[in-house]
Ligand binder design. Structure first.
Ligand code: MG
Length: 450
């Protein structure tokens, strides 16, 4: 097995293999279309694989997400790039595994560091191509001025600079701040109104920029614990307070769709909904559900990193499609660069790929591979349907966890219940070697920043 690097992947496209020819088809249609598409990314926090109705939630009503899935593509094997907040955001915005940037755990109010300005953030790249850009929601990539969204290519920022539970007095945390651009405008932030206010800010941004391409990155604070919900949604869901919170997020999805339609930009907007990591299971009824997947946030089992993902673009993405091939948030930057008529940076290694062929033409991708990192460790690797998880001994949210090498056939066993490592020693050895080679290719890695 060989891990294809990015240069080889781009070379394959240039050589005119099937993917490359289709890529030219998709790219040609972009050019015909004239104006590049708007891009809206709604990024929930700690929402699990089993939480939206269209992913099987029994008690939570998500009519707007369900409609989005009927009108677009719903992914079954989509990954966020890390199992916790800050590393996951770093991956989405740069197209690079977080270990390359030393963002291995989460930033705290005491952190002095953040996403380095030398990284190319997708907002910066789109801004260069004429996009208006906004980050509305939770940033969590450094709250010192030099690391804020406004220093990473976002024209506008409104939201919390880090997690909504980071107000622990004995640690010396200040009350949770709400920021506009680089100013704190409310402290403590009124968390009950955050989902509604983020949605209103997003709608205003769409209205103000309907005449030019825009990129709206909307990383919601919810449903990260402590859960907060506005009065209109409080006590309404059969899924308890957690359900109320998710149903308010779902309302926001419907409002955004309306705003795109009212402003006449619906047909020229790619809208994406996904989550930054799996459910925070130790929070019990205040945490979400990974459905039939194993474990949740903070682990490299599927429940920690396989998340709901729905993409909608009327007339461009086939309606009602269920996509079983892999994709990840690492693919966003190269894909968005292509949609904008540009190219991803070539002076650094990228880990995602331009998935326009998969998205728009329903054809494959070049690499059916994904690496799972947690706390600076290379814990697991997926190649096609096979996943190898290295032996582990440690603690996950205080609970001792120990397991030997695990090999799963994710097609037959997405719940990771049947370890095939002993039955398939050659496959284990082959996948271990691929992991070792990839790890070696990452060296030297920067020291941990977070
Ligand atoms: Mg999170």
């Amino acid at each position: 097995m060989k891990t294809m690097n990015r240069r080889e992947a781009l070379g394959m496209l240039g050589a005119g293999v099937a993917g490359g020819m289709l890529m030219r088809g998709a790219a040609a249609r972009e050019a015909e279309n004239g104006r590049p598409p708007n891009i809206v990314v709604v990024f929930a926090d700690d929402l699990g694989y089993g939480d939206p109705g269209c992913y099987g939630a029994p008690l939570i009503n998500t009519p707007n997400l369900d409609r989005m899935a009927r009108e677009g593509v719903r992914f079954t094997d989509f990954y966020c790039s890390a199992a916790v907040c800050s590393p996951s955001r770093a991956g989405l915005l740069t197209g690079r595994y977080h270990v390359r940037m030393g963002i291995n755990t989460v930033f705290f109010p005491q952190s002095k560091d953040g996403l380095d300005v030398s990284e190319v953030c997708v907002a910066e790249l789109l801004k260069e191509h004429g996009y208006a850009t906004a980050c509305i929601g939770k940033w969590h990539l450094g709250h010192q001025p030099e690391f804020l969204p406004t220093r990473h290519g976002f024209d506008y920022y409104f939201g919390l600079p880090y997690s909504n539970d980071m107000d622990v007095e004995k640690r010396g945390d200040p009350p949770v701040p709400l920021m506009r651009n680089e100013e704190i405008i409310e402290q403590p932030a009124d968390q009950n109104t955050l989902t509604r206010r983020y949605t209103e800010e997003a709608i205003r941004f769409i209205g103000e920029h309907r005449d030019r391409p825009f990129f709206l990155y909307l990383p919601h604070t919810m449903p990260h614990v402590p859960l907060h919900v506005s009065e209109d949604f409080s006590g309404k869901s059969k899924g308890g307070l957690y359900g109320d919170v998710v149903e308010e997020l779902d309302w926001g999805i419907g409002e955004l769709r309306n705003a795109l339609q009212v402003n006449g930009v619906d047909d020229n907007t790619l809208m994406i909904f996904t989550s930054d990591n799996g459910p925070w299971l130790v929070k019990e009824e205040h945490g979400g559900s990974a459905g039939s997947l194993r474990e949740g946030k903070g682990t490299t089992f599927e429940g920690g990193m396989r998340v709901p993902c729905i993409m909608r673009w009327p007339g461009r993405i086939e309606a009602g499609r269920v996509e079983r091939r892999m994709a990840s948030t690492l693919d966003f930057l190269p894909t968005f660069a292509g949609l904008a008529g540009g190219a991803p940076p070539t002076d650094r290694a990228l880990d995602g790929e331009d998935i326009r062929p998969l998205l728009l033409d329903g054809t494959g991708r070049n690499r059916e591979e994904f690496h799972y990192f947690h706390q600076g460790q290379h814990q697991a690797f997926r190649s096609g349907k096979w996943k190898l998880k290295r032996p582990y001994k440690g603690r996950i949210y205080g609970k001792p966890v120990e397991h030997p090498a695990l090999l799963f056939d994710l097609e037959a066993d997405p719940g990771e219940q049947h370890n095939l490592a002993e039955a398939e020693p050659e496959r284990v050895a082959e996948m271990e070697a691929a992991m070792d080679a990839f790890w070696a290719s990452l060296q030297p890695l920067p020291a941990n920043k977070s």
